[in-house]
Design a protein around this ligand. Structure first.
Ligand code: CA
Ligand code: CA
Length: 101
């Protein structure tokens, strides 16, 4: 089994890094959105939570988008997006051109 990036369990919430500008700041923003939709606060995003997140981002097909995003970013195949997989999810989302307010 491939071990994912080490996750700092001490800080499960999104950490704001103001050192990076531009793309990095945007990624932080998106990460913040997804973390906000981790409604049961278990540190994982399941499909239902992804769906709500994408709906809030203005997706017209949040259910479909959630499925595709999950398939793309769920590296270890457990059906959830963990913190180590969040980066991939964020990059995928930004590549799809979602706008963030
Ligand atoms: Ca969750
Ligand atoms: Ca996973």
């Amino acid at each position: 089994m491939a071990s994912p990036k080490s996750v700092d369990k001490a800080c499960p919430r999104a950490v704001r890094t103001d050192k990076h500008a531009g793309v990095a700041a945007n990624e932080d923003l998106v990460k913040g959105v997804f973390n906000r939709y981790d409604t049961n606060k278990d540190g994982f995003l399941r499909k239902q939570e992804l769906k709500k997140a994408f709906a809030s981002l203005g997706s017209r097909m949040p259910r479909v988008r959630a499925s595709l995003a999950l398939r793309h970013a769920d590296v270890n195949g457990d059906g959830y997006i963990g913190q180590a997989e969040l980066d991939k999810l964020v990059k995928y989302t930004l590549k799809r051109g979602y706008k963030f307010k």
